[in-house]
Design a binder for this molecule. Sequence first.
Ligand code: THG
Length: 264
Amino acid sequence: MIIIGELINSSRKAIKAAIESKDAKAIQDVAVAETEAGANYIDVNAGTFVDKEIDYLKWLVEKVQEVTDTPCAIDSPDPKAIQAALEVHKGTAMINSISLEKERYENLLPIVRNTDLKIIALCMSDDGMPESVDDRLKIADKLINGLVQNNVKIENIFVDPLVQPMSVNNHFGVEFINSVEQIMARFPGIHTACGLSNISYGLPARKFLNQTFMVMAIAKGLDGAIVNPLDTEMMSRIVAAEALAGRDNFCMNYLKAFRAGTLG
Ligand code: THG
């Protein structure tokens, strides 16, 4: 499972304050903690700052890279912000994300063409949010074909089928996990990834829904997740579910987590 640490996001109060006061240490402590907890990528998002997003995103990348070799997942809907952050990023970043929305697609494609960047391909288009498996497959198909035709390797693509709140429609959960299953089956070599806390929006005891949904998605083949790596309950369930899904040779990762005392 590719873990993308979600904590450096300006929608979180402590991070917003640290960015505004240019408190590099506060950001760097989070980046180090996420790395030590097993993050493969550090998501950086300054999206709540409308005018200053570009400058703040660059600053986040620079500060994170001073303390860890874990690459960033550059999280913005704005192709200009992604481009600016990429210019200061060392090593191979992940882009979060391209979508089929015209403006985003046309401006990001030239940036990712012929590169080895990891790319989250979000199932969203100008027609609005996808709801059914079919909606998502149509968008995924166009995104994957477009990227591959532009010399992006299929194994560098992480399709995000887009999690929607089940408080709005109680079939959104099953449509999502069935999309994961179909995408993994139809495009051999591809990855899937998502931020899944949206599933529980508007409902109580969200962590139970989030954890259970993660396990269900892993059973269908989900192999990337934007999560809080410091959440040991969530991380334990991820390790257990991957072993149970037959994706942990000799249960090595499960046993390693047990020995490290991090299960539970
Ligand atoms: N797909 C992709 N990228 C994404 C998302 C996605 N990036 C943003 C988001 N969704 C995932 N990242 C976060 C980061 C932080 C939190 C949730 C998702 C978070 N939320 C707190 C909560 O839910 O309780 C509230 C904020 C707070 O702590 O104050 O922390 O879906 N490709």
